[in-house]
Design a protein around this ligand. Structure first.
Ligand SMILES: Cc1cc2nc3c(=O)[nH]c(=O)nc-3n(C[C@H](O)[C@H](O)[C@H](O)COP(=O)(O)OP(=O)(O)OC[C@H]3O[C@@H](n4cnc5c(N)ncnc54)[C@H](O)[C@@H]3O)c2cc1C
Length: 451
C-alpha cells in the first residue's frame, strides 16, 4: 500500500513525488515514456538549448559592431542537435537519480486509475491512499484542410529535425511559435509566422507584443497578424487577411496553435472524475471532485508552464500532509527566450483596465541603461503597473537581455505585495540591466532619475 501514487514524470509529477517522499510518504511514480516529461524532453530544455546556440550565432555575426573580426562564421546543426540531446540526457538522468535518492519507487508503463484507491501499471495492481495525476499535455493539430501533409510538423518534430529546412511557416504566434521562429531564422531558415489575433504573443502586455514584433521583424522574420490560414499545401500555406489572399511558400509547416490535456488517457469517466475533454477540473486545493485524487500541471489546464506544474505538485503534497492551503496564482512568471527576452509577471495593462483598477504605469527605455548600451541592446524597455492609492505592484513587463533572470526579483516583489516605494529602497548592482527596475519604480511617481 502506497501513501501516494503520482501518474506522470514531468516537472509536475517528479517534483510532487520527491516532495512526497521527503515528507515521509511512501511514494510511487509511474511514467509511460521518458522521465522529465515534455519540459525536459520536448519542451523547455531542448528549445532553450537551440535558442542558446541561435543567440550565440547571431552574436558572432554581429561581432563587428564591437570591433571584433570573425570570418567563416558557420555552424554544424547536427552537432547543435547532439549537444541539445546530451543536455536533455544529463538532466533526465539527474531526475532518475533524485527519485532513487529520495526513495521513490518508479514504475515504467502506462498507468490507469481503476478505483479511487487503486492504480494499474505494467500488469500490476497497486493500492494507495492518494493519487496525484500529472499526465501533462500533447500538441494538437487544428482541423485545417491539408493538415495531414507530410510537411506539417508540431514542436515535437521540430525539435527532432536534424537539418534546418530552407523555409518554414509557423502557424501560431504564441510563445512556442515565437521561440521556434527565432531559433530557425537564426540558423538560416526563412521563417513566416501567421497569427490570427492582431498581435503575436497575444496573452502578453500589448507593449511587449508590439516591441517584440518590431524586433523579430528586424531580425528577418516575416510576421502576418490578423491572418487566417485557409489551407496547407505540400509546398505552401494559403492564408487570408481581410479580403487579401496570401500564399506563403514553406518547406515545413509548424503548427503551434495549442496543446491538449492528456486526461483522456485515463479512465476518468468510469471513475466519475470531472473533466472537460481531458482537462481535469480541480478546486483551489488542486483536488478533483474525488477528495483523495489531485490533478496538477498541464492536465488541469490552468497554466501550461513547467514552473506552475512543479509549484502545484509541491502545494498538492502540502495539502495531503498538512493543513490545506489554496494554490496562489498571483505571481506567475512567463518568459519568451528570444534575444532580447520578453518576461512578464502579474497583470497586463489591459487586465488592470478590465478589472477597473485605479493604477499608474511607469515605462523606461533600455537606452537609458549603461549595461544595455555595453551589451549592444538598447531597444528594450521595462514597464510596471502599480495601484494608484498605495503603489502596490500589479504587473511587471520586460523586453531586454536577461529579462527572464530579472523577472525573478519582480515575481518575488509581486508575490510579497511590495510597493514601488519599497523597491526604491533596494540597491541594484551597477552596471546591470536590473537597474532598469530601480529606474522604473522611481518613475511611478513621475520622478525617474535618468530620463
Ligand atoms: C516547445 C515547448 C517549449 C516549452 N517551453 C517552456 C518554457 O520555457 N517554460 C515553461 O515553463 N514551460 C514550457 N513549456 C511547457 C512545459 O513543457 C509544460 O508546461 C510542462 O512540461 C508541464 O509539466 P507536467 O508535469 O504537467 O506534464 P508533462 O511534462 O507533459 O509530463 C507528463 C508526463 O506524464 C506521462 N503520462 C501521461 N499519461 C500517463 C499515464 N497514463 N501513465 C504514465 N505516464 C503518463 C507523459 O508521458 C509525460 O512524461 C514548453 C512546452 C513546449 C511544447
Amino acid at each position: 500500500m502506497f501513501d501516494v501514487i503520482v501518474i506522470g514524470g514531468g516537472p509536475g509529477g517528479y517534483v510532487a513525488a520527491i516532495k512526497a517522499a521527503q515528507s515521509g510518504l511512501k511514494t510511487a511514480l509511474m511514467e509511460k515514456s521518458e522521465l522529465g516529461g515534455v519540459c525536459l524532453n520536448r519542451g523547455c530544455i531542448p528549445t532553450k538549448s537551440l535558442l542558446h546556440a541561435a543567440g550565440a550565432l547571431r552574436n558572432m555575426k554581429e561581432a563587428s559592431a564591437m570591433g571584433l573580426q570573425a570570418s567563416d562564421i558557420g555552424f554544424d546543426y547536427a552537432k547543435i542537435v547532439a549537444i541539445k540531446d546530451s543536455q536533455v540526457k544529463t538532466l533526465t538522468n539527474g531526475i532518475q537519480y533524485l527519485l532513487n535518492k529520495n526513495g521513490v519507487t518508479v514504475f515504467s508503463g502506462q498507468a490507469d486509475i481503476v478505483s479511487t484507491n487503486t492504480v494499474t501499471v505494467a500488469g500490476q495492481k497497486l493500492d494507495t491512499r492518494y493519487i496525484i495525476i500529472a499526465a501533462g499535455s500533447s500538441p494538437v493539430k487544428p482541423p485545417i484542410p491539408g493538415i495531414n501533409h507530410t510537411s506539417v510538423i508540431t514542436s515535437d518534430e521540430a525539435l527532432a529535425l536534424t537539418r534546418v529546412p530552407a523555409s518554414m511557416a509557423i502557424i501560431g504566434g504564441g510563445v512556442i511559435g515565437i521561440e521556434m521562429a527565432f531559433a530557425f531564422q537564426s540558423f538560416g531558415c526563412s521563417v513566416a509566422m501567421i497569427e490570427m489575433e492582431p498581435q503575436i504573443a497575444p496573452l502578453m502586455d500589448a507593449d511587449i507584443s508590439k516591441g517584440l514584433s518590431v524586433l523579430l521583424k528586424k531580425q528577418g522574420i516575416q510576421i502576418y497578424t490578423g491572418t487566417k490560414v485557409q489551407e496547407i499545401r505540400q509546398d505552401s500555406v494559403l492564408c487570408s487577411k481581410g479580403s487579401e489572399n496570401i500564399r506563403i511558400p514553406a518547406q515545413k509547416v509548424l503548427v503551434a496553435t495549442g496543446r491538449t490535456a492528456n486526461g483522456q488517457s485515463l479512465s476518468l469517466d468510469k471513475l466519475g472524475i470531472a473533466h472537460q475533454k481531458g482537462i481535469i477540473g480541480t478546486d483551489v486545493y488542486l483536488r478533483t471532485n474525488i477528495p483523495n485524487i489531485f490533478a496538477i500541471g498541464d492536465v488541469n489546464g490552468k497554466y501550461m508552464l513547467a514552473h506552475v506544474a512543479s509549484a502545484e505538485g509541491i502545494r498538492a503534497v502540502g495539502n495531503i500532509t498538512g493543513k490545506a492551503r489554496p494554490m496562489d496564482y498571483s505571481a506567475i512568471p512567463q518568459c519568451i527566450y528570444t534575444e532580447p527576452e520578453a518576461a512578464c509577471v502579474g497583470l497586463t495593462e489591459a487586465e488592470a483596465l478590465n478589472q477597473r483598477l485605479d493604477f499608474k504605469v511607469s515605462h523606461v527605455q533600455a537606452a537609458a541603461n549603461g549595461k544595455s548600451l555595453i551589451d549592444g541592446c538598447t531597444k528594450g524597455f521595462v514597464k510596471i503597473i502599480a495601484e494608484k492609492k498605495n503603489g502596490r505592484l500589479l504587473g511587471v513587463h520586460i523586453l531586454a537581455p536577461h529579462a527572464s533572470e530579472m523577472l525573478a526579483q519582480c515575481t518575488a516583489a509581486i508575490r510579497f505585495r511590495a510597493t514601488a516605494k519599497e523597491l526604491e529602497e533596494v540597491i541594484f548592482p551597477h552596471p546591470s540591466v536590473s537597474e532598469l527596475i530601480a529606474e522604473v519604480v522611481h518613475g511611478i511617481d513621475g520622478k525617474p532619475l535618468h530620463a
